[in-house]
Write a protein of this length. Structure first.
Length: 125
């Protein structure tokens, strides 16, 4: 029996939807070691810090529709969802930190966006 997989990535900026070719999300836990001076000469403690979300997305640029100023993008939303609607993860309040362009031989133009998100919402139906 074949199963459905998560297959849709949509970036929403100012109510406009943009299809993403790729999206990579990293969650920083905020935990880190606290080095101290002690007889064993090793780290003995750790601290819990602030969680963070780093995103890297490649947006496909349709012909004549690249009217958005990507480097000024704030409060965007990226949703990764299944076609059936049984799975959805949404990163909210995304802000762009870096923008680059890539071109391929097949004529595809992409904007590669580095972003951070303020929150992650997991929804399962």
């Amino acid at each position: 029996m074949a199963e459905e997989v998560v297959g849709s990535i949509v970036l929403i900026v100012n109510g406009q939807e943009y299809d993403c070719a790729t999206c990579e999300a990293q969650e920083q836990t905020g935990r880190r070691p606290v080095p101290t001076m002690n007889r064993e000469q090793r780290t003995k403690y750790r601290t819990s810090g602030v969680k963070g979300y780093a995103l890297s997305a490649a947006v496909v640029i349709p012909d004549g529709k690249d009217t958005i100023d990507w480097d000024d993008t704030v409060d965007a939303r990226i949703s990764i969802e299944s076609p059936t609607g049984n799975y959805r993860t949404t990163y909210v309040d995304c802000t762009t930190t870096e923008v680059s362009e890539s071109y391929s031989v097949e004529g595809e133009t992409r904007r590669n966006l580095s972003m951070f998100a303020l929150d992650k919402l997991k929804e399962s139906m």
